[in-house]
Design a protein around this ligand. Structure first.
Ligand code: MG
Ligand code: ZN
Length: 527
């Protein structure tokens, strides 16, 4: 090869690999018209692996079972890792983490889209809106919760959900779909207001408000040209009007968990349905769109150390992902980014000395004269089918138990509740201990409660009880949990879509602020 040819080739490779260095190709990515960001709240690599393992054992039983969307996106997309820590801390919460993704800048704990000193920072959603794109937020928690809030509002603390509701409307977000009606209703209502609201809102939904003022944000949304929908049929039947935005509030507070969602599927849309409606509407804008979709209850199952619900939450996320990938497939103008804000629970399968399996025979040459017997129990795949069979989340189970009259909160009742709803059983003795432990926690008589895990890592009371139940059955499940809060584990960041050179940039190890900046750089016009 001549020297000239070699230089030419080198130059071509450099241009291909680092287009950002070359001014003439500054607009190389202007074909990225749409960005869809899917956040699995609390979805660390081990939560992803839970879904993959379940799919694997299922397909061993039935070869017709299709590959999970989660598996396909990792095969066909680009997989990287993402650190999530906040400014000058090691562990992040969902507000700060989503803020960092949304703004590309470091933030502090529990803040919503503020810089480290507390000043509002423009988000990717707000910038996209300013450039004439349509924008949307979808969550299976509630719309005022930390993750969706961080893309369109700015408040000092994530608990300011009243302000968040107001700011979501001020931000003119084109599509808002989730729970959280109670933050949009006036605190006190006269009969006329109640009647007016009842004409819009189906009787299934309570008109109880969580606001401290009398602002009627439902009325305000209507005046701001929002189409309002409150149940699944209304959502699926809503027709597109270019002058209208869409606000869907399907529950008073949080949407149901993934196990309960199946029981409510007639009245409450699934995460997948909300995502599809959002995309179909937003995609009508020829300038493109930004959409954030959150599977927010992966995190909640983690906080409760509840592996059964966690598996169902992962499958709910997978179902939504499948629908989104179907829309993205065949397009060359859309970037789909799948990531998490942090890992929750320090979850994992583990091996143990509990019920070590008996010896079996193998046909291999090394086992002609001996049987195969491992020294430990490496967890049977059948455990996954039993985990899947859970009928109620531990969180709801504990709440149900605590709602019983005091004299009915007995060991037999607790044992019955657990054993009727889970494929893993507890003994009466364990139920007695669980109730004692809970009493100790309530009375704060000891710092050591849940199998030597201090109460400091279980700050939410319902979840602490749930986690204690989880520990009682954990040897049968071969499951361990390290905490009732979040961990600093790097989370997956997966980029999918065309062109290749765009998604390649997500490879490697990043920080959430870098991913935030990268998404903006690839998708927004330079100012
Ligand atoms: Mg969240
Ligand atoms: Zn959390």
């Amino acid at each position: 090869m001549t020297l000239l040819k070699r230089i030419f080739l080198q130059l071509r490779i450099t241009i291909c690999l680092c287009p950002m260095l070359f001014l003439p190709v500054q607009n190389a990515y202007c074909q990225i018209k749409n960005v869809i960001l899917m956040i699995g709240d609390g979805m660390g690599p081990q939560q992803v692996a839970l879904a993959l393992l379940y799919q694997q054992v299922q397909s061993q039983r039935d070869s017709q079972i299709p590959m999970l969307a989660l598996q396909r996106i990792m095969q066909q997309g680009e997989v990287g890792l993402m650190m999530t820590q906040p400014y000058q801390k090691l562990v992040v919460d969902s507000a700060c983490s989503a803020s960092q993704l949304a703004t590309g800048q470091y933030s502090r704990s529990e803040m919503i889209a503020l810089d480290k000193e507390g000043n509002p920072l423009p988000t990717i959603l707000e910038k996209a809106k300013l450039q004439g794109k349509s924008v949307g937020l979808v969550s299976d928690t509630r719309i005022t919760h930390a993750t969706p809030a961080s893309f369109a509002t700015h408040v000092a603390h994530r608990h300011q959900e009243n302000e968040i509701a107001e700011q979501l409307l001020e931000a003119q977000v084109d599509v808002l779909l989730s729970g959280g009606l109670r933050y949009f209703l006036p605190n006190t209502m006269n009969k006329t207001t109640t009647d007016k609201l009842r004409q819009l809102i189906p009787p299934r939904l309570s008109l109880k408000s969580k606001r401290k003022d009398n602002k009627n944000l439902i009325l305000r949304a209507k005046q701001q040209n929002y189409d309002l929908v409150f149940n699944r049929n209304q959502l699926l039947e809503t027709t597109y009007n270019p002058h209208k935005k869409l606000l869907g509030l399907f529950t008073s507070s949080a949407m149901p968990d993934a196990i309960k969602a199946v029981q409510n599927k007639r009245s409450i849309p699934s995460l997948s349905e909300m995502s599809q409606v959002a995309i179909n509407r937003l995609a009508k804008n020829p300038q493109g769109f930004f959409l954030m979709i959150e599977a927010g209850q992966i995190d909640w199952a983690g906080h409760a150390n509840d592996v059964g619900t966690l598996l169902h939450e992962m499958l709910r996320f997978n179902q939504a992902l499948q629908a989104v990938m179907q829309w993205v497939d065949g397009r060359d103008d859309t970037l789909l980014v799948v990531t998490a804000d942090h890992e929750t629970g320090s979850f994992g399968f583990t091996y143990s000395s509990f019920e070590v399996p008996k010896a079996t025979s193998l046909t291999g040459s090394q086992f002609r004269n001996r049987s195969f017997k491992a020294n430990y129990n490496f967890a049977s795949p059948n455990i996954l089918f039993k985990i899947y069979r859970q009928k109620m989340s531990l969180h709801n189970l504990v709440r149900k138990f605590k709602k019983l009259p005091r004299n009915k909160q007995t060991a037999s009742q607790l044992m019955h509740l657990v054993n009727a709803n889970l494929a893993f059983k507890i003994t009466r003795q364990q139920a007695v201990q669980l109730i004692q432990q809970d009493q100790q926690r309530v009375n704060q008589t000891t710092g050591l409660l849940i199998s030597n895990v201090t109460q400091y890592f279980y700050p939410y009371s319902v979840n602490a009880f749930a986690a204690a139940i989880a520990r009682a059955i954990s040897p049968q499940q071969s499951v361990v949990w390290g905490t009732g809060t979040h961990t600093s584990t790097p989370v997956p960041v997966i980029a999918y879509g065309q062109p290749d050179k765009v998604i390649k940039q997500f490879d490697g190890m990043h920080h959430s602020t870098e991913i935030g900046r990268l998404m903006m750089e690839l998708f927004l016009k330079k100012q």
